[in-house]
Ligand binder design. Structure first.
Ligand code: ATP
Length: 282
């Protein structure tokens, strides 16, 4: 049963059912390697963040009003909520794109709160914003190479690129084509593949289903689940499409007005039609 009410329902550390993962991102073992049992890869504690006026009026309209989320290695956590609930703001605050006003972000138990976006990327957090943001004038390969820039050494980057092509054969066959020629689903694959080239341990995915046809949404969700299962990646999946996200997620978190309203096993959330209706209008 879903654990609802106020800002309660926080996940206790490490309870997201971590399978024995590989301990590394898709590009190889990540800094720090495996973790002691019970330490979540990503833990957000009482995070407060907002924009301009909203911050000045903290307590009324701050975008994130003290959010706590914990994600174990090799799990997908679906982050759900109505428009304006604070989902995108949560990802931006974690990855250092907006100022954190309170609380903390822990990566493998290490406090990384307020690190710059480039430092978060180096620490192993990859952020894929909503909107399939490929650079349309560049080829598929040029887009991918951008993702590998953070990796040290030409040989490492070349190997990572080949690995990406093995993981995403559709991109391999289009590597010389301008990204502008890709379909929406292919663009989504490209931005995910580009993020993976940095060899992250944590992937923050913002609305990957946006603007895609239902069949393509299923393919993208299957891809996300496959990444978790094959690489041990820890994924925060922000989605308006709650049913598609919960179908592949391990845990679900519902945000409401910048606070955690519910945290539960994904299957329990998916089965709780009253709750989904209340918070998401489904
Ligand atoms: P959606 O699904 O519509 O993207 P969301 O759950 O991702 O919604 P956020 O985009 O995080 O919600 O927005 C949370 C709150 O912060 C909202 O009240 C929104 O209006 C406000 N907000 C978001 N971006 C900005 C911004 N750049 N400047 C000022 N306020 C913002």
């Amino acid at each position: 049963m879903a654990d609802a009410g106020g800002n309660g329902g926080h996940l206790p550390a490490g309870d997201a059912g971590s399978p024995a993962g590989t301990g590394g991102g898709p590009g190889g073992p990540a800094p720090g390697g495996g973790l002691a049992d019970g330490v979540p890869v990503l833990a957000v504690q009482d995070l407060v963040a907002g924009y301009g006026e909203a911050v000045a009026r903290y307590g009324e309209a701050v975008a994130l009003g003290g959010v706590s989320i914990s994600a174990a290695q090799g799990t997908v956590t679906a982050v759900l909520g109505a428009n304006g609930a604070g989902k995108t703001t949560l990802l931006r605050a974690i990855s250092g794109l907006i100022k954190v006003r309170g609380g903390s972000v822990l990566l493998d138990g290490v406090d990384v709160t307020r690190r710059k976006p480039e430092d978060m990327a180096r620490a192993g957090v990859a952020h894929v914003p909503e909107g399939q943001g490929v650079i349309t004038e560049l080829t598929v390969e040029e887009n991918l190479r951008l993702g590998a820039l953070i990796r040290a050494g030409r040989a490492v980057r070349a190997a990572a690129l080949e690995q990406a092509y093995q993981q995403f054969p559709v991109l391999a066959s289009r590597r010389r084509k301008p990204a502008a020629t890709l379909s929406g689903g292919e663009r989504q694959m490209l931005v995910i593949a580009r993020a993976l080239l940095a060899a992250p341990r944590v992937l923050l995915l913002d609305e990957p289903s946006l603007g895609l046809a239902p069949i393509v949404i299923s393919q993208v969700m299957a891809l996300v689940a496959g990444l978790r299962d094959s690489t041990g990646l820890t994924i925060l999946l922000v989605e308006q499409n709650a049913r598609a996200a919960l179908a592949i997620a391990d845990r679900g978190v519902v945000l409401n007005l910048g606070k955690v309203a519910v945290t539960a096993q994904a299957a329990d959330l998916a089965a709780d039609t009253g709750l989904l209706n209340h918070y998401l209008g489904l």
